[in-house]
Design a protein around this ligand. Structure first.
Ligand code: TXA
Ligand code: MG
Length: 346
């Protein structure tokens, strides 16, 4: 299939891009759209054939459920059995924005969208082009990250094209994503809200509104054999570059010293900008030390650049796993297959 490239960045073509995307989505086709987190591979969430196309295009396991994107609260009641007061409070505080809520699903949501679960994930994105496309087609849109299953989520239209050209009807370019890691997923089906996937809306921010919030074990720990994942996506290998990645825990001097010592053919550092002058090996920075927002914005792009550089062994500087850094660490842990080494300090 020939993939249309629609430019929603320039004011001249923006309206036309939105119109064309909405028209294709209403026809049941697949369209990649920008969101504030990462690019999403969208289709009509209520059309089982269109949603099946998403799984095929990504090579995604059928039991990994999709997030349904809406642009206003009135779209939600038909999708859910009930809208608990906690959901309304979180929506008032953080929607539109990078937060996904797990709620009991209605019959209207096809099983293929919810991965066979009786719950549905709902998010109202804030990116203006995403919002305009949802509004114009008038449909709830199922949209996973627009990468091939297993590779890092795309944060630019170029990265979407590299994975998905020929597999989707269109790619809408809305510029680079501002957040850079996927939305926070919080389950509201139990007695206490539980974060299943950390993102830019932190557990502290959720507890600030609801009084309490737990973080699921799988966020920072590898599932043991036979353990079931609360969020099916967490059990799959994810975000992984082709290289073998190890996280090194330690200060900038300890990290630079150790990486310089181990350096050689195919070795690359995934570091902070401040480390660059002290490294004698190939290095790609992902943000600044102590600046979790810059780290989140740049991590996935850096992982893709490592592949392009042909890195075979990657040593990654450990981010501080607090605030939005929890999301950064969660993604990096998966890219590293949970390999973490603590460095000796002098
Ligand atoms: O920021 C985002 O959330 C992006 C953009 C495009 O909106 N989307 C995204 O979708 O990251 P995806 O499919 O790559 O990740 C969805 C995550 C998966 O980990 C999935 O298992 C989980 O949400 N999820 C979806 N529905 C669920 C449900 N009913 N119960 C538990 N987890 C669910
Ligand atoms: Mg994904």
């Amino acid at each position: 299939m020939e993939t249309l490239h629609l430019d929603a960045c320039s004011p001249q073509s923006r309206e036309q891009a939105i119109d064309e995307a909405a028209r294709l989505l209403k026809e049941g086709q697949l369209v990649i759209i920008p969101t504030e987190t990462v690019y999403g591979l969208a289709a009509n969430a209520l059309d089982p054939a269109a949603v099946a196309g998403i799984f095929a295009a990504k090579g995604r396991p059928q039991d990994n459920p999709l997030i349904v994107h809406v642009d206003r609260m009135e779209q939600i009641p038909p999708l859910v059995k009930e809208l608990p007061p906690a959901a309304e409070k979180l929506a008032a505080a953080y929607w539109p924005g990078p937060l996904t809520m797990i709620l009991p699903k209605s019959e209207a949501v096809p099983k293929v969208t919810s991965g066979g679960l009786d719950t549905v994930a709902i998010r109202m994105p804030s990116q203006p082009v995403a919002r305009a496309i949802i509004a114009r087609c008038g449909l709830p849109l199922a949209a996973p990250s627009a990468n091939l299953s297993g590779s890092p989520s795309p944060t630019t239209a170029l990265r979407c094209a590299q994975d998905m050209d020929g597999r989707v009807a269109a790619i809408v370019d809305g510029g680079p994503c501002q957040v850079g890691v996927e939305s926070t997923v919080v389950s509201l089906v139990g007695p206490v809200p539980v974060v299943l996937r950390p993102g830019a809306i932190t557990p502290e921010m959720i507890a600030g509104v609801l009084g309490e919030c737990q973080v699921d074990d799988s966020v920072l720990h590898q599932l043991k054999e036979g353990q079931t994942a609360a969020s099916p996506g967490m059990k799959y290998k994810h975000y992984a570059p082709k290289a073998s990645v190890t996280i090194l825990r330690g200060s900038s001097p300890a990290f630079c010293r150790e990486v310089n010592r181990r350096g050689g053919e195919g070795v690359c550092a995934l570091c902070f900008e401040e480390d660059l002058p002290h490294l004698q090996v190939a290095a790609i920075p992902y943000g600044r030390e102590g600046d979790d927002l810059s780290q989140a914005r740049l991590l996935f792009e850096a992982l893709r650049e490592l592949d392009e550089k042909g890195a075979r062994v990657v040593y990654a500087r450990e981010p501080h796993a607090a605030g939005v850094g929890l999301a950064v660490y969660n993604r990096l842990l998966r890219a590293a297959g949970f390999q973490v080494e603590t460095l000796p300090e002098e």
